[in-house]
Design a protein around this ligand. Sequence first.
Ligand SMILES: [Zn+2]
Length: 811
Amino acid sequence: MRTRIVPLLLTVTFLFNLSPLGRGNAHSVFTPGYAAPQLAGIPAPEDVLGFVPGDDRKLASWNQVLAYFAALAKASDRVDFETLGKSTMDKPFVMATISAPENLARLSEYRRVQELLADPRKLGPPGVRDRKAAELIKRGKTIVLITCGIHSTEVGSYLSSMLIAHRLASSNEPEIQSILRNTIILLVPSLNPDGVDIVKNWYDKTLGTPYEGTDPPELYHKYTGHDNNRDWYALTQVETQITVDKIHNVWHPQIVHDIHQQGEYGSRLFLPPYMQPVEPNVPKQIVAGYTQLGNFMAREMREQGFKGITTNSTYDAWSPARAYSHYHGGVRILSETASCKIATPITVKFEQLRKGEGYDPRKESANFGPVWRGGEWHLRDITNYMTTAAFLLLRHASENRDEWLSRFYEIGKEAVRPRKKGELQGLDIVNGGANGSLLRHILGRGGVFAVFGEPLNVPKQQSGRGSLHSYVPIAQPYGAFAKALLEAQHYPDLRDSTSQPIVPYDVTAHSLSFLMGVEVLPVYGPLKYKKVLIEEESELPYYGKESRVAIYKSHVPSIDEGWTRWVLQQNGRTSPWTNMDQVVGTRKPPFFSLLDAEVRAGKLINKYESIIIPDQIPATILNGYKAGAMPREYTGGLGQAGMKALREFVEQGGTLVCLNRASNFAIKQFNLPVRDVVADLSQKEFFVPGSILRIELDTSHPLARGTTLAPRMSKESIAWVEDSPVFEIISTGSGSDRVDASNVHVIARYPPDKNPLLSGWLLGESRIRGKAALVEVTMGKGHIILFGFRPQYRGQSLATYPLFFNAISGK
Ligand SMILES: [Zn+2]
C-alpha cells in the first residue's frame, strides 16, 4: 500500500507547468492466456484464494476478494486500494486505483484536470478556454472506471476483476506499460458486495445437490435486487450514492466499463453501439464514443477468434437509470457475456440458441458473428471474454488518450454554452414542498446547480406566483441530466414490418417531476430571482398512524417486495434518502415480512391489520417454485390453504392491499366483481411498457385524503403503469362466495376525455379512457384494495405515496 501525500489545493498555473509525460506507442494485439514478462513478488489471485478465478464451481467470498486486493496493493506500487463506504448490509465498499507509479503520486493533479475539462467555465473567459484546454489534454490521462458485480448472480465480472488487476500490477508487457502510463483505472470489484456472499453462500450450500447452479431464493440486493442497476438517476441506495459521490463526481471518468452477463441461449457477447432509441439528452459525442469503442472491441475480438459477438442489438440507451455517465461526460460500455449456471458449466446445443432483438445467434449478419456453434460453456469462457474485452477497452483508452480527453472537453463546452434567444434557457421548479426538496437534493447530487428563490417576473398566467421556486439553468455541465429528469419522455413509436410494436429493452419513462408530483415549467426568456435561504423541509410524514402491517414475501424473489420494504423503512426518517439500517435497533421496523407458511397457518387477523401483496405474477404468488425446482422448504406458494386464510383475514376485518399484478391474483381467487379490460389484448391493440399515466382521484374517499403536511390530494394525479391491470366493475353471475358489484368503490380512473399518457409510450389509449385504476372492494368486515399501478414504484413515485400509506394505515 502506498502512502500518498497530495496537495489539498492545486492552482491551474501549477498544472500548466507540469512536464510532459511520455506516451506509449505500442500497438500489438493482446492475447488471452498471456505468458508475459512479470514482476517478482506480486501475488496472483490463486495465492490468496486457493484457485484461479474462473475455475469451474469456485466462487470467492467478499472477504477473500478484499484480502486479495489488500495483498496486491501491499506488493505493488501500481495499485492503491481503499474503502469508500459501507454497503447496505455493512460490508466494505471498495475501489482499486491502478496506474503507473508516477501517476499514482499525482492523482489530485489529474482529478483537477478532469474537473477543469468537465466545466470549461473554470478555465477562464471563453477566449482562452480552448488554448488552456489543449494544454490540459496534453497532460491528462484517460480515466476509466470499471464496475463489476452489480448483478450478483453474474459472477464472472467480480472474479475477472482480480485477473485484470493482477495482470496490470504484474506484467511488464509494453502494452500494459503503455496502458499504465496513459490511463488511470478505477476498478470496483463489486458494486454490490452484499450479493457476492448471498450468491456464494447459496451456491456452496446447493453444490453437488440437484439444485446446484440455481439462483438464490432471495433478492441479491437487500431492497432492490436486479433493480440496483435502475437507480442511477433517483440515487436511492447507499451503493449508488457511494459510487456517484466518491467516484463519478470526483473523477468524471471518460469511459465506464460496466461488466454484466446475459442469458445462456443468446449471443456469447454483446458490445455497444446500443440499438435505438437513444434518449435525446445524451450528447452526440457520447454516441460517437461508445460506437467507436464498442466496434473496435468487437472487431479485435473477432480477429482473435472469439465467436458469437453482437453489437447494436437488445440493449438501448434510452434511460439514465443504467447510465449516469451518459449525462456526465463519459461513455458507458456495457458488456453482456452469456452465462452458465452461476459457476457450473452447461452444454448449449446449436438449436437451443434463440433470437434477440436485432440479431439471430444462428445466422451471421452485419451486426452478429461469427456464429458460435454451441457446445460446453464454462465460467472460464466467461472470464476469457470479459478480461479480453476489458484489456481491449484499456488499449483503446490508452492509444486514443488525446481523442478521449478532447471529446470530453467538447461535451463540457457544449453543455456550458450560453443558450441563444429562443432556445430553452432553464427549467423552473415550482415549489413542491418536501417532494420538491427531495427532487432538488437528487439533482444536486447529480452535480446540477439550481438557484433557489422567489421569482420576480413570473408571467401572470403561470402557476406558482408568489411562492418559492428553484431555477435550473440549462447552460451548466450537467444541465442535460436535469432536463432528462424534469421533462416528459416521448418514446418513439417503433414498429416492425408487421406494425407490431418493438418491445423496448426497459421501461420508457423517467420523469421524476411527474413521479414526485412537482410542477416544472420550461423557461425561454430571462427569469429574475430574489435569492432566499430557507430551511428545507425534508420529512415525509406519510405514515400517520401506527398500524400492524405485513408484507407478503414469496420465496420467488419479488423486486417490488424489496422496494416496498425499503419505502416503509424510509418512512419517518429525517432524511428520506438515507439508510434505515443505520438506526435499526433503536426502533422497531414498521412492518413484518409474511412467508407462505405463516399465511397458510391462518389466524392472521390476530396479528395484522393490513397485508400487502407486492407486484408479482399471480401464478407465482399462488404456486411459488414448482416441486423439484428448489429444496422443499422453498416450494409451493400460498396455495389453497393460504387463500382460505387471506379470505378469513379480510372477512374478519383486515385490509388486503394488492399492488399491480397482484390485483389480478385477488380478482381471480376471491371471485371479485372486477374485470381486467386489457388482459386479453394484443400488443398491437394495447401496449404500455413502463410509462407514467394521468389518473383522476375521488378525493372524497379516505384513501385519497391527504397527509398531515398536505391535507388534500389534488384531483389529478399520476400512475406508474407497467404490466398493469385496468379495471371495470362487473356483476358476477353465480357462486356462493361472490361479492356484489355494489361493494366496489372506484377511487381513481383514467380520464374519460383526454389521452392518459404523460411520459413514456402508450398504444391503444382509447381502451382505458374512463376505466378504473384503483378500487376498493368491501368483503365481510374488511376490504381489498386493488392498485392497477405501482404506487411506490422504485422509491420514486412520491406523488402516489399518500394513496399507498393511506391504504395500509387502517381505518
Ligand atoms: Zn446484469
